[in-house]
Design a protein around this ligand. Structure first.
Ligand code: HEM
Ligand code: MYR
Length: 415
């Protein structure tokens, strides 16, 4: 049995925060493979990257999720008691409820609501001299997803709720104030939605049949029990929060169109080119760094021993940039997706494997749909200028974003 190459520092947590998205990849490169072992957040952790590693990670019940995510991430980003930390029958049952909301009709409905937001804001942007895209998109997505989910939201609440959803997204990997904002935001968000679940159950809030609020509030498990109100709130947040997080991918798409202007023309009225562009944005730009799990029962793989209980991190960013999978991985080339269906274990910005049975992101189709609509809006429905600004995406900041938030000026409606 070979021993897994080991990083000897007593604990690498600070290095992870310092190095960000390249933390796992840089050490794999140093050890000349796709695996190494270290201590992270005080626990021994095996880090993996690449398609074979993703196939292992998402296949054949080798891993469990209960308690796998670092507590600081659970307390801010994911919440506790939600689908991300469930295993086996409990996971399948909860995931099926969430996936029942992801029908093509429901996704189109959310897409139209987002397009409506876009049309409404465009008139305002034409009046404003300068527009910062990131905060605008956050508010637009909050409004669209709340309307879609049956969650009432007044105009006066939009800023607060958007700020809280952003704070949960930003709080998992930050220390100090950024983390505390995330903790507070999650407490406030869960309280807000638990109250709406109560009112839906009492019949005093008429959430539309089929809406996420109604489905989650009324859902019964195989024993016929409704979800505890706090867990129902966590699952609602699992739809609202990541939909708002799509603002980052849209900013990256705007950045890609700015850096590769030939694609502005290519995507106009060409659905295939739009799809390729969106896939390359999801592959190329840094977002969710790594997925976490624990070894269920000891096993051996490729001559390495994985002991029971050991935490394992799968490098999502590093797999999307693996040179064995992607020719010239550091070049932005959407045409690599033309006519190719992405491999379910190769392109894994939102996890790998299957949606229904595994932990692959429940919102991947929503993400792709909203990104495509955003690209169409940016290229076919409006013109704008991009003034000088700081657009350098640091791989050290998790989650990443260009510091300027993407400023545009001179917005006008496309003729
Ligand atoms: C899970 C990324 C958008 C809902 C995940 C996972 C990742 C991810 C990496 C975990 C995979 C794993 O544990 O193996 C992203 C990114 C998004 C995004 C980068 C871009 C904004 C969405 C959207 C929704 C959503 C729009 C819902 C509307 C979920 C849920 C899970 C999940 C419910 C848990 C799935 C499970 O544990 O079975 N996502 N996601 N995500 N995502 Fe997303
Ligand atoms: C979501 O809201 O669920 C999707 C987008 C969140 C991205 C946040 C990325 C930073 C979190 C650090 C996770 C560390 C995993 C070991």
């Amino acid at each position: 049995m070979a021993s897994i190459p080991t990083d000897r520092s007593p604990d690498s947590s600070l290095a992870l925060l310092r190095e960000g998205y390249r933390f796992i990849g840089a050490r794999c490169d140093r050890h000349g493979g796709d695996i190494f072992q270290t201590r992270l957040l005080l626990r021994r952790t095996i880090c993996l990257r690449g398609r074979d590693a993703a196939t292992l990670f998402y296949g054949a019940d080798r891993f469990a999720r209960a308690g796998a995510m670092p507590l600081r991430v659970q307390r801010t980003l994911t919440g506790r008691g939600g689908v991300q930390g469930l295993d086996d029958a409990a996971h399948r049952e909860r995931k099926a409820m969430l996936m029942s909301l992801m029908t093509p009709t429901a996704i189109r409905h959310l897409g139209r609501l987002f397009d409506d937001e876009w049309a409404a804001r465009l008139s305002r942007w034409e009046q404003a001299g300068t527009v910062v895209l990131y905060p605008e998109l956050g508010r637009m997505l909050t409004r669209a997803v709340c309307a879609w989910a049956g969650v009432p939201l007044t105009d006066a609440q939009v800023d607060r709720r958007t700020a809280d959803l952003h704070a949960m997204i930003g709080g998992g990997a930050s220390v100090g104030p950024g983390h505390w904002r995330g903790l507070l935001a999650r407490r406030r968000g869960e309280r807000w939605l638990a109250e709406l679940v109560d009112r839906t159950r009492r019949g005093t809030l008429p959430a539309p049949i089929g809406s996420a609020l109604r489905v989650i509030a009324e859902h019964r498990d195989e024993q016929g029990r409704v979800l505890p109100r706090g867990i129902a709130a966590v699952e609602l947040l699992n739809l609202l929060r990541p939909t708002v997080a799509i603002d980052r991918f849209i900013v990256f798409a705007a950045l890609a169109l700015h850096d590769h202007p030939a694609w502005r023309q290519r995507v106009r009225d060409d659905d295939t080119a739009t799809e390729s562009l969106v896939q390359e944005v999801r592959r190329y730009y840094p977002f969710f760094p790594a997925a976490a799990a624990r070894v269920r029962r000891s096993f051996d793989w490729r001559g390495y021993h994985f002991p029971q209980g050991r935490r394992v991190l799968l490098d999502l960013y590093g797999t999307n940039h693996h040179p064995a999978l992607w020719p010239e991985p550091e070049r932005f080339r959407p045409e690599r997706f033309d006519g190719h269906r992405p491999n379910p274990f190769g392109l894994i910005p939102q996890g790998g494997g299957e949606h229904a049975t595994g932990h692959r992101c429940a919102g991947e189709w929503i993400t792709i749909e909203l990104m495509k609509r955003a690209v169409t809006n940016l290229t076919s429905r409006m013109r704008y200028d991009v003034p000088p600004q700081d657009l350098a995406v640091s791989l050290r900041r998790m989650p990443a974003l260009p510091p300027s938030g993407f400023v545009i000026t001179g917005v006008r409606r496309a003729a």
